[in-house]
Design a protein around this ligand. Structure first.
Ligand code: SF4
Length: 133
């Protein structure tokens, strides 16, 4: 079997052709550098992705906070990770970079917040003071 990939390791975006036999990469062509070979090897057999999603916030100015994994995780596990993420909630306030969950499915990846969420009443008092100006 052959797979055609686009290397995302740099902006050049080389088109790479990978031949796979019995779940083993036997040929890689089209990459202009060794990084492309590493990328193609991983992508062809076990693709990895950074997962971006959101987690429920308790007592915050917003009901959700955006989060992402701090490293790529296997694409084949994303559904399982999402099922776990749906069970999570975090209490406000939430800081950018705050770890929301560690060791996702026993892996070294963590889920970290990508925005701030203040306490609900902090926003209310700020809004009141802004409105009174
Ligand atoms: S193979 Fe090398 S040059 Fe081509 S896109 Fe990947 S990193 Fe860039």
């Amino acid at each position: 079997m052959e797979k055609k990939l686009t290397c995302v390791s740099c902006p050049i975006g080389c088109g790479i052709t990978v031949r796979i036999e019995d779940n083993v990469v036997t040929r890689i062509a089209g990459n202009q550098c060794p990084r492309g070979e590493t990328y193609a090897q991983q992508e062809a057999i076990d693709p990895m992705r950074v997962l971006s999603t959101s987690v429920r916030v308790i007592g915050g100015e917003f009901p959700l906070v955006s989060v992402k994994t701090d490293r790529p995780v296997p694409k084949r596990l994303i559904l399982q990770i999402m099922n776990y993420v749906r069970t999570l909630s975090i209490e406000a306030p939430v800081k950018i970079g705050q770890v929301v969950a560690e060791y996702l499915l026993g892996m070294s990846a963590s889920l970290v917040a990508t925005r701030e969420v203040h306490l609900a009443q902090q926003r209310t008092s700020r809004s009141i003071s802004e409105n009174s100006l």
